[in-house]
Design a protein around this ligand. Sequence first.
Ligand code: BG6
Length: 459
Amino acid sequence: MKPVRSDAFVLYGVTGDLAYKKIFPALYAMVRRGGFDLPVIGVARSDWNLDQLRARLRESITRHVGKGGDLDRQALSKLEARLAFVQGDYQDAATFRALHRALGEAERPLHYLAIPPGLFATVVEGLGASGCAGRARIIVEKPFGRDLASARALNATLHRVFDERRIFRIDHYLGKEAVQNLLVFRFANTFLEPIWNNHYVRSVQVTLAERFGVAGRGRFYEEAGALRDVIQNHLLQVVGFLAMEPPALALRESISDEQVKVFRLIRPLNPRNVVRGQFRGYRDEEGVAPGSTVETFAAARLHVDSWRWEGVPFLVRSGKRLAVTATEVLVTLKRPPLLRLAAGETNYLRFRLGPDVTIAIGARVKRAGGELTSEPIELAIAHHPHGDAMDAYERLLGDALEGDPMLFARQDTVEAAWSVVEPVLGNVTPAHEYRPGSWGPPEAEALAADVGGWHRPAR
Ligand code: BG6
């Protein structure tokens, strides 16, 4: 039986960064498409009023649409009109009583926890005690827990109030079209399968590079660091799509089934295979401790102990204040035996996942002229200069409202991912300082030295 659609949207942390940058624009896009007309109740501790919140919504959308963009004023006013605000402390039962009143007739709200992870349990308990959880659904932002034990504890807390069908663990990389395309491109084409293994693939690299820093999120970042913020979730999900066996697409659970198998086959990280870094100046950011050793960069070399991937290094790295903003996968193939013809770069597949989206194949062709030598070219298979047609948050919010869990992380995948990174959390390796605008600390180079070095995505 198809699940029933939610009838209200409650956003905790409505005055925060995530609401401003991602969730408001996603709601606006849904209103524009004509797929959203629910009440939106913002909840926050900040002492704001509804007018201030509406102004914030307008600012978020105007900024998101950008100069010269086509602002749909009607959609924006519709969304503004749907907005309500409940101000209060999450520890205080009165906040949830006020929320209960604001929900009015709504019986199946979707609650979205866009708040610091330390507050998740308090809000969940508040929802349970106030009767706001009954037939509701809940979206929990990543990172889900701080390590394996806390992820299990959080899961237990959620289950005291919500059953599994109503829990949506969000990892917005799962909602990105370009990430889903890794799966489609791999399994909708025959030509890739014969070479997609350790006989032909030399290495796989995933880079999530960002030119910007922690952008006002110093306090959050101090709790997270790159390993918890993006490696344990976004980058491992990408590795999962690249390394998985074909899922039974007819079964909605099968993508998570295949992801969890990959994560369980990845050896838990060893400090020797991880390099952490911190950009110079991070300690001066607001909310950051003067002696902080939190990493703003992490690089890791993963071993996937499977029949298909034995011996192929999977290299992942991410950092703030790097040379470019780009997320890219490079799958490099082994060299052909005729080295005289193929000196230089070998064949590769390049998947650019953001900000623009590209799939390309690196090949070699004869260099024009008298010599029998080759030169590299790149064949573009797909190129979308403006990125995904639908933003990941829009897609995922729409799915959660409909009760569709397919693109959300499952508890077993979350736990298996924590098991991979757990041995290297904290200060088990030093956080090397790096220059803003660089590619991270030079110490990371050694991890990729035997496969020709790290791939550097272009601007
Ligand atoms: C978020 C992290 O989950 O993902 C951020 O908290 C990071 O630190 C962001 O910047 C990257 O997402 P995207 O979609 O811009 O690649």
